[in-house]
Design a protein around this ligand. Structure first.
Ligand code: 13P
Length: 265
């Protein structure tokens, strides 16, 4: 039985004070939740304080990105060790707002998606290995742009992101992986991938995992859906057999909305 993982990706929102207030308000709301794992991914600057605030609760904490070396002359980067040090158990890797899509600017993309911070399946893979080595649980994001979808290439793109992003991990590591399917055109746009299609793609990701790492690993790993998840659509999405959780952006910034999504799992 796969326990759904409901994760809030706060992106570049909330000061330390706002982050701690959120956690203190969320704690009583989710105190009785038993059938879901609850994860909050704050900005780097709020990690330490949130790590302290979640101590007497079932809320877990993740970072929004990580670098692959433990230490060194890498200005602006954060190592896996620094994340475990402040209490992270998870880390998001390869979010489309950090991956970069050279030459692809589409109508409706948020400014961050247009900014091309760089990042490829190769850097995703290096980050993944470093995160696993440090004991972090990775959430690897995959997903196609609108142009790729319209060209009929969505499945092919996602399969290659899974294959290349996860290259070199063991069957055992694959079994505890989380992959988040986030269609780029559904992120921050209010546009949701309709439920049958989200379920189809999440099932396709599980099949790809079975081909790469065996059926048993594919059945234990979790596939999240992300992209305009809100209280109104969460129940339907989360009741699909191949959707094992949600990676929530905008709706994770307000306690009542996020708590409602957690409770619909
Ligand atoms: P929204 O829920 O705001 O569309 O963001 C999704 C996302 O990118 C989560 O990582």
């Amino acid at each position: 039985m796969r326990v759904p993982l409901i994760a809030g990706n706060w992106k570049m929102h909330k000061t330390v004070g706002e982050a701690v207030d959120f956690i203190n308000q969320l704690k009583p709301e989710v105190a009785d939740v038993k059938n879901a794992e609850i994860l909050i991914c704050p900005t780097f600057t709020a990690l330490y304080a949130v790590g302290q605030a979640i101590k007497d609760s079932k809320i877990e904490m993740g970072a929004q990105d990580v670098f692959w070396n433990t230490k060194g002359a890498y200005t602006g980067e954060i190592s896996p060790l620094m994340l475990t040090d402040v209490g992270c158990t998870y880390v998001i890797i390869g979010h489309s707002e950090t991956r970069g899509r050279f030459g692809v600017v589409e109508e409706g993309m948020t400014p961050a998606l247009q900014a091309y911070f760089g990042g490829t399946d190769e850097s995703v893979n290096k980050k993944l290995h470093a995160a696993i080595a440090a004991g972090l649980k990775p959430i690897v994001c995959v997903g196609e742009t609108l142009a790729e979808r319209n060209a009929g290439k969505a499945d092919e793109i996602i399969q290659s992101q899974v294959k290349n992003g996860l290259a070199g991990i063991t069957q055992e590591q694959a079994a505890s992986m989380v992959i988040a399917y986030e269609p780029v055109w559904a992120i921050g746009t209010g546009e949701t991938c309709d439920t049958p299609e989200a379920e189809r793609v999440c099932g396709m990701i599980r099949k790809t995992m079975a081909t790469l790492f065996g059926e048993s690993a594919a059945q234990s790993m979790r596939v999240q859906y992300g992209g305009s998840v809100k209280p109104a659509n969460a129940k339907e999405l989360l009741s699909q057999p191949n959707i094992d959780g949600a990676l929530v952006g905008g709706a994770a910034l307000k306690v009542p909305d996020f708590a409602a999504i957690v409770k619909s799992a």
